[in-house]
Write a protein that binds this ligand. Structure first.
Ligand code: UDP
Length: 247
């Protein structure tokens, strides 16, 4: 007797992946096409199962505004460079997804008509309904924000059922597990617990926005092949943030 595959938990998700963890090469810098292809294969798998995927990619593998500001650059100018870095990553991922047989559109919050569409919410919804992955590039288009807040904003705007945050670690820990081996993974926690513990996996403003919209956040490792499908079926290692722990 063959058992049917586990049902997917969400129909439409926003996947936020860190530039360093998903695209970066050695030490998280630059773009390693082999890594991009691995992540694209995982995304392709959930798209083939019928999931509508919105994608937000960070830019930390290329440039972070805060790093530029720390070296004397004007913060807003440095943040614009960070936003442009996310566009480079979006184009790299678009091409990897299309190699994997997935239709995509890139929409940028900073208009750049020659390489991608401008961000138009209704148009993005239409793309999703047609089975295309929509990659939201250039963050919110405003300095002083991050790609985490971008992910929360787009998840709410696009009526996503969950925000999946793919990082280099398989969940939220009591301390940095790379430095403290006795750190424990918190499998379920509430938005309030996350905020009161001052955890640093995701910006507090992004968490607050997801709380307002009642959208669960799932933190998992994008580095482990197959982890994304596990999250979609409620399996494997990950942490879930919701309003009540039992939800
Ligand atoms: N950024 C911005 N406004 C936004 C989104 C991003 O100014 O709405 C800039 C900011 O400088 C940030 C950089 O883009 O440092 C790259 O994004 P992020 O650091 O969130 O990338 P990640 O750490 O997820 O790879």
């Amino acid at each position: 007797m063959t058992s049917s595959p586990p049902a997917l938990l969400y129909k439409r998700v926003l996947l936020k992946i860190s530039g360093e963890a998903a695209l970066g090469g050695e030490a998280g810098h630059g773009i390693d096409i082999a890594n991009v292809d691995k992540v694209a294969a995982d995304i392709a798998e959930i798209v083939r199962q019928g999931t509508q995927v919105c994608l937000v990619i960070g830019g930390g593998n290329i440039f972070r505004g805060l790093a530029g500001a720390a070296q004397g650059m004007e913060r807003a100018q440095a943040d614009y460079m960070g936003m442009l870095a996310t566009v480079i990553n979006a184009l790299a991922m678009q091409s990897a997804l299309e190699r994997a047989g997935v239709d995509t559109r890139v929409q940028s919050a900073i208009p750049m008509q020659t390489i991608c569409e401008p961000y138009i919410r209704r148009r993005a919804v239409r793309h999703l309904e047609k089975g295309r992955v929509v990659i939201f590039a250039a963050g919110t288009g405003s300095p002083y924000f991050t790609t985490d807040t971008t992910a929360a904003l787009r998840a709410a705007e696009m009526n996503c059922e969950a925000l999946l945050k793919g990082t280099s670690v398989d969940g939220i820990y009591t301390a940095d597990p790379k430095r403290k081996p006795d750190a424990e993974r918190l499998d379920r926690l509430t938005y309030l617990e996350y905020l009161s513990k001052d955890l640093r996996v995701m910006d507090a403003s992004a968490i607050a926005m997801m709380r307002d919209s009642s959208i669960p956040i799932v933190v998992f490792s994008i580095r482990r092949p197959g982890a994304l499908m596990d999250v979609m079926t409620g399996q494997g290692a990950h942490s879930v943030i919701t309003e009540s722990p039992a939800a």
